[in-house]
Write a protein that binds this ligand. Structure first.
Ligand SMILES: [Cu+2]
Length: 212
């Protein structure tokens, strides 16, 4: 009778070991994979959404909760487009924008008074693009110098990010696309390895215990 009781006790211990293995695997997955699936989110902008602006802001910017990826060397990645006024919209700025940590900024002088729309796109820390838009009201006081704007969307000429050669642009787009996926796969792969390791340890314990 004693050996039977002994083996039951072993069974309980093995169950606990297996459970610990699963808990370890889930905890590891949560700790390593969570940052990979968290998009950046907007925390503020200049001018702020819905605000009334009376002096040339000099620049328009958006700020997210985490650092942005700068893929400007690989083609499209981040951009800010400012248009207005709503009844006769034109484009402002030179199409260039710069990333500083969590902020994307573009130098812009505004034109005729009215409602302006800011459309932006950035690349999250996890490699995913996020985009949105907001509006503000431009009510320049008498001392403000108004920009003329342009009829077509400006393309940034400096910084070497503007695609000139179509073949090069196509290659760049493909590269940045696969780069994004590779980042995610890396995280998922790491989590899988952690789970497999935990299962391996559990199996090792299970295999060793039953030997009389
Ligand atoms: Cu994401």
């Amino acid at each position: 009778m004693a050996p039977l009781r002994e083996s039951r006790r072993h069974a309980r211990m093995l169950k606990r070991a297996a459970l610990a293995g699963v808990v370890l695997a889930v905890a590891t997955l949560g700790a390593t994979a969570a940052p990979a699936f968290a998009h950046n989110y907007l925390v503020g902008s200049t001018p702020s959404a819905g605000s009334v602006v009376t002096e040339q802001p000099g620049s328009v910017s958006i700020t997210t909760n985490d650092n942005l990826l700068d893929l400007s060397g690989q083609g499209e990645g981040s951009a800010i487009q400012v248009t207005g006024p709503a009844d006769a919209p034109r484009f402002y700025g030179d199409g260039c924008s710069t990333i500083a940590g969590p902020t994307l900024e573009a130098a812009v002088q505004l034109g005729q008074p009215g409602e302006y729309t800011v459309v932006w796109q950035v690349v999250s820390t996890d490699g995913h693009p996020i985009s949105d838009s907001f509006t503000f009201t431009w009510q320049p006081d008498a001392t403000q110098v108004l920009a003329e704007g342009s009829a077509a969307a400006p393309e940034c000429a400096t910084g070497g990010s503007a695609p000139v050669d179509t073949d090069a642009a196509g290659t760049d787009a493909a590269e940045s696309g696969s780069g994004v996926r590779a980042t995610d796969l890396l995280w998922i792969g790491g989590a899988l390895v952690a789970i497999l390791a935990a299962i391996g340890v559990t199996l090792l314990v299970l295999r060793r215990r039953p030997t009389p």
